[in-house]
Design a protein around this ligand. Structure first.
Ligand code: GLV
Length: 289
């Protein structure tokens, strides 16, 4: 099996992948590669591989890969689904929900202002959390929030979103980015939330209409946003999110892919492909994830 690594795959990844898949021949040549292992590769990275038969992504989200017009049609693509990554995402979501529910971001702001003031304390079972996306990550987050007492709802395609938004105080976005979900978090969505709701965006930057989010924060419609992903990454210097008092900026770090565990997942999938079995977590290109 001739495997080519495409995109930004650093030395740690190369080492872990080689350890997880010692039988692979690592090819430096586009012409003879049968399998490509990719990490959010730039457009065109797979364009010149005439023998390509299978693509394994090291990223969970494959929106950029699928948007590449040079991705050879008909070649199966599998995305990364790693329980270690889902757990990391759940930890970040727990932190964001606890901080939003208990007002810790407000206390942080007050510290900077030198203000000593307590606010009302609510119970977790009084807080409605809506998770957008019921995939691996969405389910992992729900499984860890529910035991703390939060009232957790989930939304997926095909269900009416409006009544769920109307009851949600904290919205966590974990949707894949597809033509159907791009720009979903816009003024209309924010207007459908109760006043003072909060947003946690751990999906993709392009789910959010930035200007609508800023307007919703400035009007008090939303009280806080925890953002990990942005339309342009790194978040450009001077972007209003950086200094906004009601925005917490993370550098696309809510769930980093763990090279060790993800390499084992990728190796199992490459072996499945080599042995003629169906690799896990194949992407439906039409659906977009
Ligand atoms: C990161 O955002 C990923 O999709 O793996």
């Amino acid at each position: 099996m001739k495997v080519r690594l495409a995109g930004e795959i650093g030395a740690t990844w190369r080492r872990e992948l080689a350890a997880a898949l010692p039988e692979a021949e690592w090819s430096d040549d586009d012409c003879d590669a049968e399998v490509a292992v990719v990490a959010n590769p730039p457009p065109g990275a797979l364009a010149a591989m005439p023998r390509l038969r299978f693509v394994q992504s090291l990223w969970a989200g494959v929106d950029r890969l699928l948007a590449d017009p040079t991705l050879p049609p008909g070649v199966p693509v599998a995305r990364m689904v790693d329980p270690v990554m889902s757990l990391a995402m759940a930890e970040s979501a727990l932190w964001a929900v606890l901080a939003l529910h208990r007002g810790f971001f407000d206390y942080q702001r007050r510290q900077r202002e030198g203000v000593w003031r307590q606010h009302a304390q609510r119970r977790a079972d009084e807080v409605n959390v809506l998770i957008l996306g019921q995939g691996e990550m969405g389910r992992a987050v729900a499984a860890r929030l529910a035991p703390l007492g939060y009232r957790v709802e989930g939304w997926h395609r095909g269900v009416d979103l409006a009544p769920l938004l109307a009851g949600a105080e904290i919205v966590i976005n974990l949707l894949p980015l597809t033509p159907a979900t791009r720009g979903l978090l816009d003024a209309r969505c924010f207007a459908g939330l109760p006043r003072g709701a909060a947003l946690v965006n751990f999906g993709r930057g392009a789910h959010v209409v930035d200007a609508d989010l800023l307007a919703a924060l400035d009007s008090g419609r939303l009280r806080h946003a925890v953002l990990d992903v942005y339309a342009t990454e790194p978040l450009p210097a001077g972007h209003p999110f950086w200094a906004h008092p009601r925005v917490t900026v993370l550098p696309h770090a809510a769930a980093l892919t763990d090279a060790r565990s993800a390499s084992a997942v990728a190796a199992a999938n490459l072996r499945a492909w080599r042995d003629g079995r169906t690799p896990a977590h194949g992407v439906d290109r039409h659906r977009g994830y």
